[in-house]
Design a protein around this ligand. Structure first.
Ligand code: PEP
Length: 250
């Protein structure tokens, strides 16, 4: 879809929090300059955000945080607020990643609060949704993903921001098991329908990314699906060679 430029985002997880992150960001800035048709975003750990922001200044690569706390400031030891991320040079925030849902008990209501706080600060969320293996095997994929989307749908509809939703089946994250293009497209198309039922404009401007073991050799087939507008890449984003190959596939 021409109104939704491909978006390729790299989630570095808890890797490259210092000097290595700066080097990787430099390599991303270099290859992104040669790919004007694709939006590239990197999400380093908090400790590397400021240094990576300086490296990316003047480059087309966008900066994302991996998480955020939904208050502007206050007595919340160890947490980071949306305005702080904005001041640091971020334009994006990954919200509701399955690892946060699984290891840190983040529930749909809390994810929705984060989406609201992120938009309030003028940042764009990449909101993550996706079913577990047991849920897929029980044929509950669309039910679960719809519950996750419904939790933040009104918040997105009330904003005019061009946000991103990442469909990341939990069983495909970091496992090397990738959803087939047809499996991915089925869920992406369903998400698009739920968005358009709520607000046509929202459906038209929201980029729906696929995430879960995206690699250079499977990226093209996934990105060719009509409702796959990009990718959220974990492991393969830690290497500039594979990350740029995925971006070229878009
Ligand atoms: C992710 O962390 O969002 C992800 C999709 O990881 P991976 O590409 O390693 O499966």
């Amino acid at each position: 879809n021409p109104s939704r430029r491909p978006l390729i985002a790299g989630n570095w997880k808890m890797f490259h929090g210092g000097r290595k992150g700066v080097e990787l960001a430099q390599e991303c800035a270099t290859f992104a300059g040669g790919l004007p048709g694709v939006d590239i975003v990197v999400a380093p750990p908090f400790t590397a955000l400021a240094a990576v922001a300086s490296v990316l200044e003047g480059s087309p690569v966008g900066l994302a945080a991996q998480n955020v706390y939904p208050k502007d400031e206050g007595a919340f030891t160890g947490e980071i607020s949306p305005p702080m991320l904005k001041e640091c040079g971020c334009s994006w925030v990954i919200v509701g990643h399955s690892e946060r849902r699984e290891h840190f008990g983040e529930r749909n209501t809390f994810v929705a609060e984060k989406v609201a706080a992120t938009l309030q600060a003028g940042l764009l969320p990449i909101v993550c949704v996706g079913e577990s293996l047991a849920q897929r095997q029980a044929n509950e994929t669309l039910l679960i993903v719809k519950q996750q989307v419904d939790a933040f749908l009104d918040i997105l509809a009330q904003s005019k921001a061009a946000v991103a939703i990442a469909y990341e089946p939990v069983w495909a994250i970091g496992t090397g098991k990738v959803a087939g293009p047809a499996e991915a497209e089925e869920v992406h198309a369903a998400i698009r329908t739920w968005l358009s039922t709520r607000d046509e404009g929202l459906a038209a401007r929201t980029r729906i990314l696929y995430g879960g073991s995206v690699k250079p050799d499977n990226a093209a087939a996934l990105l060719a699906c009509p409702n796959v507008d990009g990718a959220l890449v974990g492991g393969a984003s830690l290497d500039a060679g594979s990350f740029s190959a995925i971006a070229r596939a878009a």
